[in-house]
Every structure is written in structure tokens, then in C-alpha cells.
Design a protein around this ligand. Structure first.
Ligand code: SAM
Length: 271
């Protein structure tokens, strides 16, 4: 049996999780440290460090879910993913992370396809709307533990919101893309992957964001969800990555590649 499969099976029961409890604006963490990380160095990620935009509130789990609508349209068909992300104020674009520049390298060729995309972490629904406009023929599923997120994105027939802990989501649907922008807690990342990787179609992608949070003491201090402190340990993610890489070296398992970028990891399933 593959090293990763064995490790994920063991890990699923390795820590007892506290009962899910509806968080409030006061109890939720700020997902980023106050200081800006250094500017990205990959040649494809242009730009220099800048102050976080106040627009970031629409991507933060410290904000009560506010259904942001810009009130005007842009030409979505010709817009870049960064344009659309900034239009809906998710921090995946130039408002903060610039992940959109990386995403486009993988997703541009799929833009007109009728894909199924799941994102863990709804917050204010900004990234779900971004994906729905970028992939104009897609079906988008957002998953969040906060009940209040259920009321978002009404009038968006492409978007469905499920209220659940991603590490135990009950679904049999298959997805071309799954994005983890949820708790960013090391063990949650691994458990969500263990639970949802089987739901990725052959040739599909599983993307993990904000990996800095797995080794950021400030993030753990600010995090006030009920959570075993051991769950933040970077070793959960490190062991997962190690097991996956060993499997790939041995020609085992179903991971085609793992690409690491600044704070992001793209995992593709063999076709
Ligand atoms: C960073 S925000 C998502 C931002 C959003 N994707 C965007 O770009 O606009 C993280 C969200 O994950 C949710 N969350 C935290 N832990 C979760 C879990 N275990 N399962 C599902 N959602 C979770 C929080 O309630 C919060 O709304």
C-alpha cells in the first residue's frame, strides 16, 4: 500500500476533534500576521510588497459574512482572473496574495469548460463569485462551517453553498478542482485532503492555500476556534508532503505532481 495512503489513514484518527461550534466574528482568527511577507520571487509573480488593502475584509473569516456585490459589471470574458478577483474583492488577487497569477497558469486552458469546482472556505462568497465568472460554464460548490454563509450568493445559480466541516463533508460528487482556503491549520489541511482527494476527478487539481499558517506562531495565537494546539504542528503537513513525494518517487499512488509556490501547493491527480 502506498506510504501516503497508510499515513492518511492513520492520521484520520490521530487527534480527537472538538465538536464543531459556530464561530462568531469575535472568536474567529485573523488569518494573516500583521507584518507583510517578503515579495514573491517566482518570475511569474510580479509586483512589490504593499500594505494590505481594507478590501481584504471580504476574504477574512473574522468578518461576518457580507454578500459583496460591486454594483457594476466588467467584461468577464476578456478579464484576467486577477481582474475578476479584485472586482469581487477576494484577497487571492492583487488585494493581497496574487495567487491568481499562479492559478491562471494552470486554469487558463480550462476556462471555457463546464467544470465542477469546490472551495473550502466561503467567508463572504467573494472567491466563489470569482470562480463562477472566470469559469463561466462551471458549477461552484462552497463549503464553510459557519451557518451564516448559507445565505450568501443567492441569485447565483452556478453557486451552491454547503455548511459542513470540510474534513467530514458528506458528498459523493466528483470535482475537477478542489481548493482548500479553510482553516489553514496543519492537521485540518491533511485531514481535508485525506477526505476529499478521492473526490477529485482523474486529471483534476487539489490546491492548498496559505501554507505559511502551518508554521506561523502568530496565526496559532490568534486562532480561537476550538482546536487542539497539536493540530497546528507543521509536522502534519510536512509528513503528508514527504509521504506523497516518496510515493511519487516509487511510482505509487495516484498523484501526478505536487507543485509548491509561495504559500500554495498544487496537487494533480493522474489522468
Ligand atoms: C480565509 S476564509 C475564505 C476566504 C474565501 N475563500 C475568499 O477567498 O474570499 C476561511 C473560511 O474558512 C472557514 N472554515 C474554517 N474552518 C473550516 C472547516 N474545517 N471547514 C470548512 N470551512 C472552514 C471559515 O469559517 C472562513 O469563512
Amino acid at each position: 500500500m502506498s506510504i501516503l495512503l497508510t499515513m492518511l489513514r492513520n492520521m484520520r484518527g490521530s487527534l480527537s476533534k472538538p465538536a464543531a461550534q459556530a464561530p462568531t466574528a469575535e472568536t474567529l482568527p485573523h488569518p494573516q500576521p500583521p507584518s507583510e511577507p517578503p515579495a514573491p520571487t517566482a518570475a511569474t509573480i510580479a509586483g512589490s510588497p504593499r500594505e494590505p488593502s481594507p478590501d481584504r475584509i471580504y476574504s477574512l473569516d473574522t468578518t461576518p459574512p457580507i454578500d459583496y456585490e460591486p454594483g457594476f459589471d466588467i467584461d468577464y470574458a476578456s478579464a484576467t482572473l486577477t481582474d475578476i478577483a479584485d472586482h469581487y474583492k477576494t484577497d487571492k488577487g492583487s488585494i493581497k496574495h496574487r495567487y491568481t497569477l499562479v492559478y491562471e497558469q494552470y486554469f487558463e486552458g480550462m476556462r471555457g469548460a463546464p467544470i465542477d469546482l469546490m472551495e473550502i472556505g466561503v467567508a463572504c462568497g467573494s472567491s466563489l463569485k470569482t470562480w463562477a465568472k472566470y469559469f463561466s460554464r462551471s458549477r461552484v460548490v462552497g463549503v464553510d462551517i459557519r451557518d451564516a454563509c448559507k445565505s450568501l450568493c443567492k441569485g447565483w445559480p452556478q453557486i451552491e453553498i454547503m455548511i459542513a466541516d470540510a474534513t467530514a463533508l458528506d458528498t459523493q460528487r466528483m470535482f475537477d478542482v478542489i481548493i482548500d482556503d479553510g482553516s489553514h491549520v496543519s492537521l485540518d489541511i491533511v485531514q481535508a485532503f485525506a477526505h476529499l482527494w478521492p473526490r477529485v476527478k482523474p486529471g483534476g487539481y487539489y490546491v492548498i492555500e496559505d501554507l505559511r499558517c502551518t508554521h506561523d506562531a502568530h496565526y496559532q495565537r490568534m486562532f480561537t476556534f476550538p482546536k487542539d494546539p497539536a493540530a497546528f504542528d507543521r509536522s502534519h503537513f510536512a509528513q503528508f508532503a514527504d509521504a506523497a513525494l516518496r510515493d511519487m518517487d516509487n511510482g505509487e499512488g495516484d498523484i501526478d505532481f505536487m507543485h509548491f509556490w509561495r504559500q500554495m501547493c498544487f496537487v494533480r491527480k493522474r489522468g
